[in-house]
Design a protein around this ligand. Structure first.
Ligand code: ATP
Length: 695
């Protein structure tokens, strides 16, 4: 740089301040916005930015809407006048009665008369306006024009149901219906949830709740809230929002009834955003008897999962958060030092290795020796359940009021009946093992025997303090036999392949009740449908979509380490974690007797669509005589022609029978006699076994 490049400047002082006007203005604006959002004086509805934006848009649009209404009013007025002047009603009546020729002269005279009336009225109006203009000046014309515009705007306002004047709104209607509930009524009609002539009754006005709008409505008499839940996606489509944004719940108990619906429409995807941290990390220990914090629902309410006195099945396709969800439920039990843990991992990765330091029994792997070890531990536990019942019978009524474990019993080390949790990840690895073995003189497979042992523990164990948690990435009917599935109390389905798998996890016909885990988005990791055990949760809702808390490996390890420290302090560290893997000697015949015949071969796989029909009907297969084809086609979501053909090939031919219609009068419909379906199932079973035997 040459000296010529240096430019002379004035003196520069230390700490010279430069007034930053935009920054100050920005700060003031920020302060004002802060005050606006927090002040109690500003109504809740005005605090949201979206509401403010909407109000401004509404204001800006209103002149155009008025002009539009005036234009429509003009057209409506002209049309009405034309009908009147042409005596259209009289003319049509005469035409209908085929007397137009007779009445022609009369109609013509009336038409002429009405034209004259029109002419006279126009003359009077023009003269009146002229006089008013002369006497009162232009103001009279303005006032008359204004009044006429108001009259025309009222006549031309958008009214529902009038042909050609139906509101057509673009984009999401979420905010529109908060101002004009008629839009909500239209959406219900479009979704066919209410009839054309029916309407809704608003129990409460639309209001802001969390990051969304909520409203409670009463359906017309005879319409059911359950149907709205079932057809939630149709309503979401009519409201032009994604179905994950629309929450529909029945209002139950006091103030609720079968036709009262609570709707909540989220501003945006409620399951997006950063993962949620589990509150268990903030506690030193947890009481296993308390429901474990599991996640949050769309409205950000915490969902807790009771585990004692129930069992849990978690199902999902891979990489959706199944192991994470299972570990979350387990974490609550780990943080209770009085809980005994049997941890079996069929995957054999490192997902569960941290639990080894707290587990009473621990198996990780999918080799035969691992599966046999699991079987032996389960046999040990079945014997323990029997022993617990025997010991509870000897306790006095004060310690054990019913034949059920209590918190006091579970923590009394002298009684030796702690809450014992069996956690099995990738349970299909154990249930599908085909190694033949003989149990109680009958031939079976290792997998089938494990299924029987688990079914016993799930059925009989809860009252004796046994909690069974099973997770599988193959929630199909062959993997988890129905006799085991049927007794599992709580269910959690993350995303699965199709509605059948969803029903296998959540329970029969849950898709037809509006709960289908195959509709969850792949991007929603850790989001699933929780169907809590009705007995323990006392929940008002049948099922709820939950975004589980996120507990990655470091936090999981921290919880396990904390669990170990708690057990060391309480002196409850036993079994595998304490380096003791000796299995208690058990009399196998007593176990076989306990689980009953329990060692049946699995029933053969039925071909589709018979398997789905049998699954859909469940107990109804034995209880009902006839099932309409339309019902099956809708429930199974199949193409009617192909369905009838496949059923025919399996020996089920449709017949016609009378069934009660919606209004109670009998209707004759096509359908299948359940006896035929049962015969087809039996026939298939015997053929399959014969084939199997001959091969
Ligand atoms: N609650 C959650 N919030 C956010 N992300 C999650 C949550 N739960 C799980 N995930 C993400 O999903 C991924 C898969 O989770 P996880 O390992 O539990 O799946 P999985 O169903 O057990 O898979 P696999 O069947 O292969 O074992 C995790 O790596 C994690 O990043």
């Amino acid at each position: 740089m040459s000296p010529r490049d240096v430019v002379p400047t004035g003196p520069v002082y230390d700490a010279e301040l430069v007034e930053d006007v935009p920054a100050i203005a920005g700060r003031r604006r920020g302060r004002f916005m802060n005050w606006w959002r927090r002040s109690r004086r500003v109504p809740e509805a005005f605090r949201s930015r979206q509401a403010a934006r909407d109000a401004v848009a509404w204001l800006l649009r209103s002149p155009f809407r008025v002009m539009g209404a005036v234009g429509r009013g003009l057209v409506v007025g002209l049309r009405a006048w034309r009908r009147w002047v042409r005596v259209t009603d009289y003319r049509e009546a005469a035409e209908n009665a085929e007397k137009l020729a007779d009445k022609f002269v009369e109609i013509r005279a009336l038409t002429l008369f009405r034209w004259k009336v029109t002419g006279a009225a126009l003359m009077v109006a023009s003269v009146g306006l002229l006089v008013a203009d002369l006497v009162y000046g232009a103001a009279a014309l303005w006032i008359t024009g204004g009044v006429a515009a108001v009259v025309l705007a009222v006549a031309g306002r958008r009214k529902d149901g009038s042909p050609g004047r139906k509101a057509v709104l673009a984009g999401p209607r979420t905010l529109t219906w908060t101002m004009d509930p008629q839009v909500l009524v239209d959406a219900f009609r479009d979704a066919k949830l209410i009839g054309k002539d029916e309407s809704l009754r608003l129990v409460e006005r639309a209001s802001r709740v969390g990051d969304g709008w909520s409203i409670t409505v009463d359906l017309p008499a005879t319409r059911k809230a359950d149907d709205v839940i079932k057809h939630r996606d149709a309503l979401a489509s009519a409201l032009a929002v994604d179905e994950v944004q629309l929450i529909v719940e029945r209002v139950r108990g006091r103030g609720g009834h079968a036709g009262r619906v609570f709707l909540w429409v989220a501003d945006e995807d409620p399951y997006a955003g950063p993962p949620l941290r589990t509150p268990l990390l903030d506690v030193e220990c947890w009481d296993a008897w308390r429901p474990v914090p599991f996640g949050r629902d769309a409205r950000n309410r915490r969902i807790d999962l009771p585990l004692v006195w129930t069992s849990l099945l978690v199902g999902a396709i891979p990489r959706q958060g199944k192991t994470f969800a299972t570990r979350l439920a387990t974490a609550g039990l780990i943080l209770d030092p009085y809980t005994q843990l049997y941890v079996f991992d069929g995957k054999g990765g490192k997902d569960w290795d941290a639990a080894e330091q707290v587990a009473y029994r621990f198996v990780c792997g999918d080799e035969v020796e691992h599966i046999e070890a699991v079987r032996d531990h389960l046999i040990e536990l079945v014997a323990e359940v029997q022993s617990r019942y025997a010991r509870m019978a000897t306790l006095d009524d004060e310690t054990c009021p019913e034949s059920k474990i209590t918190p006091g019993i579970s923590r009394d080390s002298n009684l030796g009946m702690p809450i014992t949790a069996v956690i099995i990840d990738e349970v299909q690895v154990f249930l599908e093992n085909p190694t033949r073995q003989e149990v109680g003189g009958k031939k079976t497979t290792l997998g089938a025997y494990i299924a029987e042992l688990l079914a016993y523990l799930v059925r009989k164990g809860p009252a004796a303090g046994i909690v069974v948690i099973l997770a599988t990435q193959r929630p199909d009917s062959n993997t988890i036999p129905s006799r085991l599935r049927a007794v599992l109390g709580s269910r959690f389905a993350l995303r699965v392949m199709d509605w059948r798998d969803s029903n296998i996890v959540l329970g029969e016909q849950m898709n037809t009740r509006g709960y289908d885990a195959s509709t969850l988005l792949p991007s929603h990791k850790g989001v699933g449908i929780l169907r809590p055990d009705g007995e323990t949760a006392g929940a008002d809702v049948l099922a709820v979509t939950v975004r589980t808390f996120y507990m990655p490996n470091p936090e999981w390890r921290e919880i396990c380490a904390r669990g170990r420290a708690l057990r060391e302090t309480a002196g409850t560290l036993t079994g595998h974690a304490a380096g003791d893997d000796t299995t208690t000697a058990v009399d196998p015949s007593a176990v076989v007797k306990a689980i009953g015949s329990g060692t049946e071969e699995d029933s053969p796989d039925l071909p589709e669509p018979l398997a789905s029909v049998v699954e859909y009907l469940g107990d109804d297969l034995g209880n009902r005589e006839f099932v309409p084809t339309a019902e099956l086609v809708e429930a199974l979501d199949v193409e009617p022609g192909a369905f009838a053909q496949q059923m025919g090939e399996l020996g089920c031919r449709p017949t016609r029978q009378y069934v009660p219609g919606d209004d109670g009068t009998p209707r004759r419909v096509r359908g299948y006699v359940t006896a035929d379906i049962r015969t087809a199932v039996d026939d298939f079973g015997s053929t399959d076994l014969t084939d199997g035997g001959s091969s």
